[in-house]
Structure formats: C-alpha cells, structure tokens
Design a protein. Structure first.
Length: 248
C-alpha cells in the first residue's frame, strides 16, 4: 500500500486531501497541531484503518526531525501546513513573519530534505500547496507575509524539481486562488479591518478582479493532488487553480 504524509491535515485543503487519498486506498499519515481535529478527520475518512495521526507543531526543526522517528517510509509528501497572518504592514511583527516562514516554507523545506532518501528509494513525489499570492495574483498590501512565503515556496519547488529529475523524485506545486476554508474567512476579516470594507464586499471585489464566479472548493484542490499522484510526468509542474478551473 502506498503511503502519503500530509501536513496541515486537520482542516481545509489538507483535510480534503486526506479524504480523497484515503478513499483511493492510499494510507494517509495526518500531521497537524490539533490532535482533537485530527481525530475528527480520521473518524470521517473512508478507511480509518489506513491512517495514522501525529500531533506536531512543524514550526521547528526538531519537530520536523521527530517525524522521521515515527515514519520510516513514504511514497508521497504533501506539504500543506501554513497559516500566515494578514493585516497592516506596520502591525506585522517579526514573530508573525518568522511564524509564517517557519510553518509553511521551512517545514516544506525540512521535510523534503528529511524524507528525500526514502522518496528517492521509492521513486516518490512531493506536492507542495502554495497559493495564488506570490505566484500569479496581484500583490495585496494586506497579505504581504503570505505572498512572500508562497513566492519562496514556488522558487524552492522549481529548483528542487531539477534535483528531482536526477534522483527520480517528482516535485510539483499547486497554487490555489481563493479557496473556501476557515482560513479565507480570517484573511477577509483581517483585510476588512484595514480597508474598512465588509468581508462580503471584499470577496465580491476579489472575485470580479480574478474573473471568477466563486472561490475554489478544497475538494477540487484535493482531486488535483490525486491527479498529480497518478501523473507519470508530474515533475516540475506548476499548477494554477482558480474558481475551480485548472491551468498548467
């Protein structure tokens, strides 16, 4: 049985990926901070017996290393974890910047490095979940950290794919636009405080600017991850999904 390690698996996109892969009879190792939320996800997937939960805050190197003690082999590493804060530039402290980079960028970097030997052995895959900000969306003054982190993750993914070509490890990245998650609600509220607009007005304006009729659904991103797993030529692919529509 193939094994996928999924970070940020307790909610949103990560949880949806866990459900889709588990339904396809891929064993899923679910990693996130909240053990309570992980248990809820585990309970609601199709085959709970083909799963394992690990409660861990991946912002530190030691936490990332500890996963290697609990997980000996994987076929797929799905880096989803990340919760960068939005808001006014002058109110974004160094700690918020550090947290943003440590959780989303550095955890992806560290776990890729830690599990590279087993992924190389298994001819496995790394799929990073980035974001439209920092990839193809116009910059937002209220989402500086997220855009910067995504830009770094995109560059890292492109560069690592070059090494992946040599070592037979596929590396790709998906950059979703606005996606219907609890995180989107928090970001809209943060922008609302700065711009003094309602969250519904901001969502409407963003959708119009992006020329979409609705945000992407988490399960649409999850289905795209599964397609990449099945794709024999996935290495180096950078995929945009916005309003549910996919562009390579």
């Amino acid at each position: 049985m193939k094994i996928a390690l999924i970070t940020g698996a307790s909610q949103g996109i990560g949880a949806s990926i866990a459900k889709v892969l588990n339904k396809a009879k891929i064993k899923v190792i679910l990693v996130a901070r909240s053990k309570k939320n992980l248990k809820k996800i585990q309970k609601n997937i199709t085959f709970p017996k083909y799963s394992k939960i690990i409660s861990k805050d991946l912002r530190s190197l030691s936490a990332c290393k500890s996963l290697n003690n609990k997980v000996k082999t994987i076929n797929f590493l799905i880096n989803v974890a990340g919760a960068t804060k939005g808001g006014h530039f002058n109110k974004l402290s160094d700690k918020l910047w550090d947290d943003g980079f440590n959780l989303k960028f550095k955890s992806a970097l560290r776990l890729s490095r830690i599990f590279w030997p087993t992924l190389k052995k298994n001819k496995g895959k790394i799929i990073n979940i980035g974001g439209g900000a920092g990839a193809w969306e116009k910059p937002l003054r209220t989402f500086m950290i997220g855009g910067a982190v995504n830009a770094a993750l995109n560059h890292f993914s492109k560069s690592l794919a070059l090494q992946g070509k040599i070592d037979k490890v596929s590396v790709s990245i998906i950059n979703p636009g606005m996606t219907l998650t609890g995180r989107l609600e928090k970001l809209l509220k943060a922008e609302s405080k700065v711009t003094k607009k309602s969250t519904s007005q901001i969502l409407k304006e963003r959708s119009k600017a992006a020329k979409i009729t609705r945000p992407t659904k988490p399960e649409e991103v999850a289905n795209l991850v599964y397609k990449l797993i099945k794709d024999k030529n996935s290495n180096g692919k950078i995929i945009k999904i916005d309003g549910g529509k996919v562009k390579f």
